[in-house]
Design a protein around this ligand. Structure first.
Ligand SMILES: Cc1cc2nc3c(=O)[nH]c(=O)nc-3n(C[C@H](O)[C@H](O)[C@H](O)COP(=O)(O)OP(=O)(O)OC[C@H]3O[C@@H](n4cnc5c(N)ncnc54)[C@H](O)[C@@H]3O)c2cc1C
Length: 387
């Protein structure tokens, strides 16, 4: 039997986050977006609500929930705004989760409580200026052991949450050796403010304008040996697991944006008039909104399915990639159609659909481009290309 209904606990969480997004985020987020200002107060309130601790055990200050609960929160936030949703997604799925999954007891005790509380943020540095999709081939950042310290040199590009006032640590992937001609990759935790670790200025972005994204530079940056996360040489495998889960989270975020477009259009089409009737009177508009609702529905089912498999401990690599691809397509298509329904107002930044339009594109790029999702799906279908 297939069941995609939320239980009472999940529904209670969903409606709590829906209300938070509507009452706390929606009234003010447009201003932060316009100013390109990180919304510290909203993020702190998300922390107090327990959102950053959702999938972590209570012993670390978490809520004792699971990945599906976390994805539900992302979906509901993204119905209103994607900058706050990606701040949560990156903080949990990319920042805290690798520490929880691969960290030692000492590392978990040191970092997780403040991350689960949302008082501090963590980041994950994989992408480099010379390559994101082509990892490990395109990776250049290195770390070598000198006595009992790692010495890190290199740079990272587009790293979310890496430069806020509350960022505590970035986990950076670096080449720490070679085996049979292949780079061995390890994950190393670099606390904010470590000498030799520089965080660049905030990028000027098309979308996600009040999230924090920066370039990082490491120059003779030294951290103690015990800042290695998990085993040396296992960083690539850790990163693949982190990204498989992260794709389900981004899929939920994209599905939320797709649904947010429907929400906005239902409201607007009921009150805007043209040629003597509300827009909703015209079948061309009804059909457009019906298509948007259908895409949002399928998107939701796609991430529910991937999250369900993840929770059941079943293989979910293909389903995560399918969900990421499907949901980001739905977000792009719905954002385009919603903007069209709003006419000229859809092109004005003060309207949420303009924000949705700007925010949708990156969903086809971050945490694996759509082409990379197709590569993953093709490989899972046995279509692996061998040169
Ligand atoms: C706002 C934002 C936030 C981000 N946050 C983070 C973060 O927190 N941490 C992090 O590590 N990274 C982060 N990223 C980076 C993101 O994951 C990468 O941008 C993405 O993986 C693509 O890598 P790239 O930009 O180097 O593009 P490239 O890898 O250079 O790809 C360029 C184009 O070529 C295509 N392509 C590449 N190889 C192939 C192939 N073999 N066949 C067909 N097409 C191919 C790609 O699909 C893409 O369309 C973020 C990016 C953005 C924009």
């Amino acid at each position: 039997m297939v069941g995609f209904r939320l239980n009472d606990e999940q529904e209670a969480l969903r409606s709590t986050v829906e209300e938070f997004a509507r009452e706390v985020v929606a009234p003010v987020i447009g201003g932060f977006y316009e100013r390109g200002e990180f919304p510290y107060d909203i993020v702190a309130r998300m922390g107090k609500l327990g959102l950053f601790g959702l999938p972590f055990p209570e012993e670390y200050g978490g809520m004792g929930g699971d990945y599906l609960a976390f994805c539900l929160a992302l979906h509901e936030l993204a119905r209103v705004d994607s900058s706050v949703a990606i701040t949560l997604e990156a903080g949990v799925a990319l920042g805290a989760m690798p520490i929880y999954r691969f960290g030692s007891a000492v590392q978990r005790d040191r970092w997780l409580p403040e991350l689960c509380a949302g008082e501090r943020l963590a980041a994950f540095g994989l992408t480099e200026p010379g390559g994101g999709s082509d990892i490990p081939g395109g990776m250049r950042t290195t770390a070598r052991l000198d006595g009992d310290e790692w010495v890190i040199d290199g740079s990272k590009a587009f790293i979310t949450n890496s430069g806020t006032d509350v960022t505590s640590v970035v986990t950076a992937l670096a080449i720490t050796g070679r085996s049979e001609g292949r780079p061995q990759i390890s994950a190393i935790m670099v606390p904010s403010g470590t000498p030799g670790f520089t965080v660049g200025p905030e990028y000027s972005k098309v979308g996600w304008c009040c999230s924090d994204t920066r370039e990082l530079a490491f120059s003779g940056c030294r951290v103690p040996h015990d800042h290695l996360l998990g085993e040396a040489g296992r960083g690539y495998a850790q990163f693949l697991q982190t990204l498989d889960e992260g794709r389900v989270a981004i899929a939920a975020l994209a599905a939320g944006l797709a649904e947010g477009c429907v929400d906005e259009c239902l409201r607007y089409a009921a009150q805007r008039t043209a040629f003597g009737h509300e827009l909703a009177h015209y079948q061309a508009i009804q059909f457009k909104i019906a298509d948007m609702a259908a895409r949002a529905h399928v998107a939701r089912l796609a991430w529910y399915d991937a999250a369900g498999r993840l929770l059941a401990g079943e293989p979910f690599k293909a389903e995560a990639a399918i969900a990421k691809l499907t949901c980001s397509n739905a977000a792009m298509d719905n954002a385009r159609d919603a903007t069209q329904i709003f006419g000229g107002y859809g092109f004005m930044n003060e309207f949420p659909v303009a924000r949705f339009y700007r925010d949708a594109k990156v969903l086809e790029i971050g945490e694996g481009t759509s082409e990379v999702q197709r590569m993953v799906i093709a490989r899972q279908l046995g279509l692996d290309r061998r040169d």
